[in-house]
Write a protein that binds this ligand. Structure first.
Ligand code: 4NP
Length: 149
């Protein structure tokens, strides 16, 4: 079982989009039993709130299934619960390091080399979706290759 936690600032746009897109992809690959996928915030700003409606609409327009979501902030104890913390931008990494204290097991990564723009500010859900698509395909390639070695 590979346990993945997607991380962004508010956990209402990018990381839940990544979570549901990833779930749809691994479902298509018949790998759902081999993955456990969640998403978390690095701030309490949106704690308890649902996925941002335009983000939800974008996923629905791409036929990505969505389940009940509420924003939850990353906690120190989460470090041991997941194998990978996949961040959307550089400051998610510094915030995650602040919450965990360190990354001794090298679990923290960025989904793409570049930062994925926050559609909460840009209002550009298409570009964010396209970046997530690119990053998730790369992630799946690397994880399935690793598994088959
Ligand atoms: P996200 O976008 O990190 O992609 O979920 C944000 C949504 C809300 C806030 C920040 C980022 N906020 O501070 O309210």
């Amino acid at each position: 079982m590979i346990r993945i936690c997607f991380v962004c600032l508010g956990n209402i746009c990018r990381s839940p989009m990544a979570e549901y897109m990833m779930k749809a992809k691994i479902n298509e690959l018949n790998l759902s039993d081999e993955f456990y996928i969640v998403s978390r915030a690095t701030s309490y700003e949106e704690e308890g709130n649902g996925i941002y409606p335009p983000a939800k609409r974008k996923l629905e327009s791409m036929n990505i299934p969505i389940s009940f979501h509420k924003s939850i902030c990353l906690e120190k104890k989460d470090y041991n619960l997941y194998d990978y913390f996949i961040c959307m931008e550089e400051r998610n990494i510094s915030n995650a390091l602040r919450i965990f204290g360190n990354d001794k097991e090298h679990k923290i990564f960025k989904l793409l080399d570049k930062d994925i723009a926050d559609p909460w500010y840009t209002d550009d859900f298409d570009s964010t979706y396209n970046d997530l698509e690119k990053g998730l395909n790369k992630l799946i390639d690397s994880l399935t290759k690793k598994n088959n070695d």
